[in-house]
Write a protein that binds this ligand. Structure first.
Ligand code: NAD
Length: 298
């Protein structure tokens, strides 16, 4: 009998990831607090559950894709939490981006209960989640990773074993701190050029083939209309929310403090995203909307 997989958290990222598990032929049970989020999965063949614990206790492998550390703690060790609900030997894979300490604490508690737990945050955005080309940054034991690998392969293209429990989160936080810095920098450069009368598409093509080239100029341009299939060209809807980027930059700041590391650009980016997120509905818009902090409207 093939394994049953439980997937909890069907938001911007979790839904396409779960759909890719279904497409690969896996038997899937899903749960999200938002019943709407489960409908598409149900239509695609997943079984819908009544709680995280209910679907997880019947599964051999459990994936979670939740917003922040407090949600992860609640789902794993809150009332009716996964740690108490699942059978010994179950592999728990948390793909959310959260603080490394929470991942380590949960992995330690899981091990005491005879469970295997990985932190496996992802990079690649909603585009990568839909295409099944995510990068997984994994922290935890080899044995757990080898059990999870066939399922990670169905959702991603690159799987990196960063180290022990929590190491995946550290790698992810470093990556996203750089992403926040490069997105703010790209928006700043584009706004400067446009203020001088340059066409943002022309300036973007120049920078994409020059030494200012980066992920934003190549794949995720923040200026509306420069690229067809990015959040900037659909009023910054979908994608990676400004509020989530602000959370990740806060995680990077906390991580820096804990090791007395200097991260001046990361802190500056955190402040820019905090100012941006505080205005109107910006926290829910894609993070490339940071451009609006710089853009001069004439
Ligand atoms: P999201 O807010 O779109 O989705 C989160 C989902 O979790 C929602 O559907 C919500 O209803 C559900 N949820 C919350 N609490 C729950 C609970 N107790 N039980 C069941 N479901 C619950 O967030 P997202 O954009 O999918 O991001 C998820 C994680 O992935 C975050 O940690 C984020 O930082 C990270 N991430 C996001 C992106 C991106 O581009 N969106 C890229 C890489 C990593």
């Amino acid at each position: 009998m093939s394994n049953t997989i439980a997937f909890i958290g069907l938001g911007h990222m979790g839904k396409p990831m779960a759909l890719n598990l279904l497409k690969a032929g896996h038997r899937l049970k899903v749960f999200d607090l938002n019943a709407e989020a489960m409908k598409e999965l149900q239509a695609a063949g997943a079984q819908v559950g009544e709680s995280a614990a209910q679907i997880a206790k019947e599964a051999q492998m459990v994936f979670t894709m939740l917003p922040a550390g407090r949600h992860v703690r609640q789902v794993y060790e809150g009332e009716n939490g996964l740690l108490q609900a699942v059978a010994p030997g179950t592999v728990l894979v948390d793909c959310s981006t959260i603080d490394a300490q929470t991942s380590q604490d949960l992995a330690t508690k899981a091990a005491k209960l005879g469970l295997l737990m990985l932190d496996a945050p992802v990079s690649g955005g909603t585009g990568g989640a839909i295409a099944g080309t995510l990068t997984f940054m994994v922290g935890g034991e080899d044995q757990a990773l080898e059990k999870a690998r066939p399922y990670l392969d169905a959702m991603g293209k690159n799987i990196f074993h960063a180290g022990k429990a929590g190491a995946g989160q550290v790698a992810k936080i470093c990556n996203n701190m750089l992403l926040g810095i490069l997105m703010a920098g790209t928006a700043e450069a584009l706004a400067l050029g446009v203020a001088h009368g340059l066409d943002p598409a022309v300036l973007s093509s120049i920078m994409a083939r020059s030494s200012g080239r980066n992920w934003a100029t190549e794949l995720y341009n923040p200026w509306p209309g420069v690229m067809p299939d990015v959040p900037a060209s659909r009023d910054y809807q979908g994608g990676f929310a400004t509020g989530l980027m602000l959370k990740d930059l806060g995680l990077a700041a906390d991580a820096a403090v804990s090791q007395n590391s200097a991260t001046p650009l990361g802190e500056l980016a955190r402040n820019l995203f905090a100012l941006h997120a505080a205005q109107g509905q910006n926290a829910g818009l894609d993070f490339s909307s940071i451009l609006n902090l710089y853009r001069q409207r004439r």
